[in-house]
Ligand binder design. Structure first.
Ligand code: ADP
Length: 629
């Protein structure tokens, strides 16, 4: 073992790191092998980083040009070492990288942990603990490292229990060596065959040569060292794809989809992209960026700072490699490169057309994708630059006619009634609530289907008035008049006309306007309702109510607009009130009834009642009368 030059300095782990370490040491893992994946992955990243740095500073690799990863076993010492000739870490890097966890969202993640090991293990899988996984198998970890371009080497050491030490070291090869002092119950990793077997699975896809040196000093090759995405599809097995996915996504499960293509044309590039099968914990974290890695001629360039993938596809993982971008180019120049724009557009349409195909092929399977990422994908509908038509082709919806089943817009269109000119939708909190919304009654009675939209993003895109082909989207709330084109058969229709024309109804509406005052802009009749006497409406060109409420709650609106009240002229309650008001004008009873109706309309839309004490009083009075009768 190398001697440190001075007495080591002791440091405290950052609080969050200490919690993760505690979990690592105490969690009962079903699959401890993954520590090796994490360490090989880090070593490969370190080699990638150095290769990138040396593009602009070739002296970094002159003394030691090879980039590789070496595993070695020391049976006598009971240690396993993973050494790489990558970028290395200096004193400050060791503190920043191995003493703290810099990932955004770490504390949210930790707060989600339940203390129930079996549940937490899944969460940890999504989070990706990286280096700290070492402590699942080691009771002490020693890291020696020398950063490329620097003379001084350093040794970091810890048993994972709250503190670590750092001390300067004498001369070391460039890169990092991680030595695991294996726990008694993890000594089987010293078996050459067992270790080699595990390491091979984690090494196959890595673009640097990986070797295993056994206790006798014999060196075994574990991989070919060529990048997996550069191989033809036919030469890559499912298992290799999966392993590569685990490497790029730090995720234990199988991906939902693999997209491996070579594009030849205006711009040449290869993509190996994955759509995860589970939702990453930070999908909606504001700092979450796309995690797709950009390579140029197999050289890793960056996985941040350039928009290779649009934000609404940020669930994608994997790599894009192009020979058409220059190698030594700054990120700023890269971001502005028209080649990058072409690649982004091309990758985007590739992903969207794959999604469309999958939705058409197997809706049940597509539903699992949609549940996790549908809301993210729909963000693209709000973006001016995005290919909205193509995104709409990948969108699926719950509908009034078949809630619980998802439908594409093509299917909706095929089921439209003759003469129907719009795609109708209603936004709300849940599919159940929307199904029972009074707003829907007239559409149900006429067999016109309605999209049930429950994601917050729906309020935004639906309001920017898109079209699907040449069919506009229209909110049900604003579409009472559209229903006039679809009269209901038989008496009901005639009666509707009669009732609407009746002078009594007109008088009732006047009285309502006077009674409700400024809070209400207008009262009108509607065909939207069947079972319900009253509801709220929204004028053409006005914002949907849920959107308005959302903006007001987030202080984005100075004042909410006055409401539009719509009544069902055929409803017995409305007809009887109309007759009473026509005969005797307003009195306490009819006023109370009209206020109750108004509050009922508010409640149906999830709005607070005007005056809750008055509402309660009126309701109990009506109940007493009703029960007494
Ligand atoms: P992650 O790899 O997800 O960032 P880790 O906990 O595995 O998280 O590693 C933290 C950081 O430590 C890495 O981002 C990297 O900067 C650094 N690091 C880890 N292993 C190595 C290594 N072998 N060589 C150089 N840097 C490393």
């Amino acid at each position: 073992m190398t001697e440190t030059l001075e007495k080591p300095a002791t440091h405290q782990f950052a609080a969050e790191t200490a919690r993760v370490l505690h979990l690592m040491i105490h969690a009962l893992y079903t699959n401890r092998d993954i520590f090796l994946r994490e360490l090989i992955s880090n070593a490969s990243d370190a080699c990638d980083k150095l290769r990138f740095e040396s593009l602009t500073n070739s002296t970094l690799t002159t003394e030691q040009p090879d980039l590789n990863i070496q595993l070695s076993i020391d049976k006598d010492a009971g240690t396993l070492t993973i050494r790489d000739s990558g970028i290395g870490m200096n004193h400050d890097d060791l503190i920043a990288n191995l003493g703290t966890i810099a990932k955004s969202g770490t504390s949210e993640f930790l707060n989600k942990l339940t203390g129930d090991t079996s549940k937490d293990v899944n969460l940890i899988g999504q989070f990706g603990v990286g280096f700290y996984a070492s402590f699942m198998v080691a009771d002490k970890v020693t890291v020696t490292s020398r950063k490329a371009g620097e003379e001084q080497a350093w040794q970091w050491e810890s048993d994972g229990s709250g503190t670590y030490t750092i001390a300067p070291l004498d001369a070391q090869p460039r890169g990092t060596a991680i030595t695991l002092h294996l726990k008694e119950d993890a000594k089987d990793y010293l078996d050459r065959h067992r270790l080699g077997h595990i390491a091979e699975t984690y090494s196959d896809h890595i673009g640097f040569p990986i070797t295993l040196t056994d206790s006798e000093g014999v060196v075994h090759n574990l991989n070919e060292g060529s990048a997996i995405w550069a191989k033809p599809k036919s030469e890559v097995t499912d298992e290799q794809y999966q392993e590569f996915y685990r490497h790029v996504a730090h995720s234990p499960e199988k991906p939902w989809a693999v997209l491996h293509n070579k594009a030849e044309g205006k711009v040449e590039y290869t993509n190996l992209l994955f759509i995860p099968a589970i939702k990453p914990f930070d999908l909606f974290h504001p700092e979450r960026k796309s995690r797709v890695k950009l390579y140029v001629k197999r050289v890793f360039i960056t996985d941040e700072g350039v928009e290779l993938i649009p934000p609404y596809l940020r669930f994608l993982r994997g790599v894009v490699d192009s020979a058409d971008l220059p190698l030594n180019i700054s990120r700023e120049t890269l971001q502005k490169s028209p080649v990058l724009d072409t690649i982004r557009e091309s990758v985007t349409s590739r992903v969207l057309s794959e999604l469309k195909k999958r939705a058409e092929k197997d809706m049940e399977d597509y539903a699992s994708f949609w549940e996790h990422f549908g809301a993210v994908l729909k963000e693209g509908l709000c973006e001016g630059m995005a290919p909205r038509e193509k995104i709409l082709d990948c969108c699926v919806f719950n509908t009034r006619s078949a809630p619980g089943k998802l439908m594409t817009l093509a299917q909706y269109k095929a089921n439209m009634r003759e003469g129907q000119e719009a795609i109708y939708y209603l936004t709300g909190e849940s599919v159940e609530a929307l199904q029972h919304s009074p707003q829907m009654e007239g559409f149900a009675a006429r067999g016109i289907d309605v999209l049930l939209l429950t994601d917050h993003v729906d309020d935004f895109w639906a309001n920017v008035t898109l079209k699907y082909g040449d069919i506009p989207f229209r909110s049900v709330v604003k579409s009472g008049e559209d229903l006039e084109k679809f009269p209901l058969e038989g008496d009901a229709a005639k009666e509707a006309e009669k009732a609407e024309e009746s002078a009594d109804i007109a008088k009732l509406m006047d009285a309502m306007k006077t009674l409700y005052g400024e809070a209400v802009r207008d009262v009108r009749t509607t065909r939207k309702l069947a079972e319900t006497p009253i509801c709220l409406g929204v004028g053409e060109g006005d914002m949907d109510m849920r959107m308005e409420r959302f903006l007001a709650e987030h202080k984005q609106l100075p004042k909410r607009a006055a409401k539009l009240v719509e009544i069902n002229p055929q409803h017995p309650v409305i007809q009887s009130l109309a007759a009473r008001v026509a005969a005797a004008g307003l009195n306490t009873d009819t006023e109370d009834a009209l206020w109750l109706l108004y509050d009922q309309a508010l409640i149906a839309e999830g709005e607070p009642v005007t005056d809750s004490a008055a509402f309660a009083r009126r309701l109990s009075q009506f109940l007493s009368k009703g029960l007494a009768a």
